[in-house]
Design a binder for this molecule. Sequence first.
Ligand code: ZN
Length: 332
Amino acid sequence: MPFRDIQGQAAAVEQLKRAWQNHRLPHALLFTGPDGVGKRTVALALAQALNCKSPSLDDACGECLACRKTAQGIHPDVRVLEPDGAHIKIEQIRETLQHDAVLKPMEGERKVYILDPADSLTLGAANSLLKILEEPPSAVMLVLVTAQPFALLDTIRSRCREIRFFPLTAQRLAPWLRMRLGVDEAAAQALARLSGGRPAEALRLSEPERRELRNTILAWAQNVGPQSWSEWARTLGEYQDDLTDVFDILLSWYRDLLLAVNRGPQTLWMNVDHAEAVKQALVRETPETLLDKCRALLAARDQLSRNANVQLVLEVLGMTMTQAVGAAVPRR
Ligand SMILES: [Zn+2]
């Protein structure tokens, strides 16, 4: 995908274009920013521009054989290193980088290596990479991609030029989602907001099984009674692999209710495609109960991310939510 087709990230793209046009691209770049905002896509666009056979003044043509090969992931001079298991290992750095980087490009101008995510490098791999960063072969371009730059060695970070990536605004992302997915405005807005402005995450959330999960959880949340939370929390175990998503959906729901009960503008809601349901659910809530629920869900999600006992976390969540519901005073 050439630069011109990238959604958002204008500042990052502009920085790269300028450096490329002025022949001031360093040998090592560090792309930082949240997951799913387009860091790897931009890295590949750069690789395309560097190796394109008929580039324009500031972009790849997107059509020549080199561009097509890059897009298909089969250009011999453009390599993406991903974790083998949980990590990018020292053998991968040795085989793919150390031995290969000293050779001339096979078909293009630059050998581009994209390490994604760079924070998955083992210490051995990182030290091995450091040797290449200290004396990079002239035709080599390294792009380290990460959402957690603080997890990299300082010695690596200091040898790369950092390019920052940011989430997109819903106003920017929603029209693209409408076009790409053929969904209506409310659905596009909801996806843009639920994804936190991250295009790749929005596309993931638009997949049929994610949509079904969200509909199931929202339908349940709309009808949950005071006694049901404990029971339901126990059955949440069924969603073992999807628990983070389940918590995110519930949090988005109660956050919307909290905004609504405090008369926050609807333009800030996430579940804009369920606006009527949000309004109807308000009768059973007070700001206090909603805050309690949000806190309980945040705590549970946090504990899960730190590998706490799932069953225990869910039991506690069930009890806390039941108390929160029980305390609610029905409003007339
Ligand atoms: Zn081209």
